[in-house]
Design a protein around this ligand. Structure first.
Ligand code: PEP
Length: 251
């Protein structure tokens, strides 16, 4: 029922030439894949280049961040409207690196999400607990706060354009992946939250991605879990062969 989505977050990597090359490889080698969505999120400066390269292919384009205003005196910021203009169909919002390094809180993330949806783009809302929070038994409270805060004020209709990415902070870029069971437990809890906040239908149709050291050798087990609908991939998305293997998961 839920169409799988594999999204690559390139973070602060790839020059224009490198981005062009990787995008061209992905576009070429993903030809014929039509039963899942594939997305890449390059740095801002590579968006238009990658957009041109992937045009007509199965690869969709996302941005890694946005600012919750359309235009104005906001030096250094980029709005969802301009990201759409650059060829994006989605924006990653609330990545843990931004929560931690840029001190983004749930209220600000919520503003970005609302502006992204208002601009006609999909939003990928990232949530996840730190190791300390998990060890202190705060995981469910943290996920609950991030889901409620991030999705505050959204209508059921708007939820159709929202994807959630569960990314335990302790698994991002560490090579430590949540076990299939740990990931499924968190995803099932998040789906339960959506049911309470919206409706059983919304909960059943919302895609929940797992992120955190997803690699070719662990993607199949993760994707076999009932409530895991895709992956948000960092490190392994920088290499065409690895990312394509993840895209071609079998569950
Ligand atoms: C991410 O950046 O969202 C991520 C999950 O990174 P990695 O796959 O490298 O852990």
């Amino acid at each position: 029922m839920r169409r799988p989505l594999i999204a690559g977050n390139w973070k602060l990597h790839k020059t224009l030439a490198e981005a062009r090359q990787l995008a061209a490889q992905l576009a070429e080698k993903s030809r014929g894949i039509d039963d899942r969505d594939i997305m890449v999120a390059p740095v801002y400066t590579a968006l238009t280049t990658v957009s041109e390269v992937v045009q007509g292919s199965a690869i969709q384009l996302a941005a890694q961040n946005c600012y919750p205003q359309e235009t104005g005196a906001f030096t250094g910021e980029v709005s969802p409207l301009l990201l759409k203009d650059a060829g994006c169909s989605a924006v990653i919002i609330g990545h843990s690196e931004r929560r931690q390094l840029m001190a983004e809180n749930d209220a600000f993330i919520n503003l970005k999400l609302l502006k992204t949806l208002e601009s006609g783009l999909q939003a990928i809302l990232c949530i996840g607990e730190t190791l300390q929070e998990r060890e202190n038994d705060q995981m469910l409270d943290v996920l609950s706060r991030q889901v409620k805060g991030g999705l505050a004020g959204l209508s059921a209709e708007q939820m159709e354009s929202v994807v959630i990415a569960y990314e335990p902070v302790w698994a991002i870029g560490t090579g430590v992946t949540a076990s299939n069971e740990q990931a499924q437990e968190a995803h099932s809890f998040i789906r339960g939250l959506l049911q309470g906040l919206f409706t059983p239908e919304i909960a059943a149709q919302t895609r929940i991605l797992y992120g955190g050291s997803v690699k070719p050798n662990n993607v199949d087990g993760l994707m076999a879990q009932d409530d895991i609908d895709g992956a948000l991939v960092g490190g392994a998305s920088l290499n065409a062969e690895d990312f394509l293997r993840i895209v071609k998961f079998s569950s």
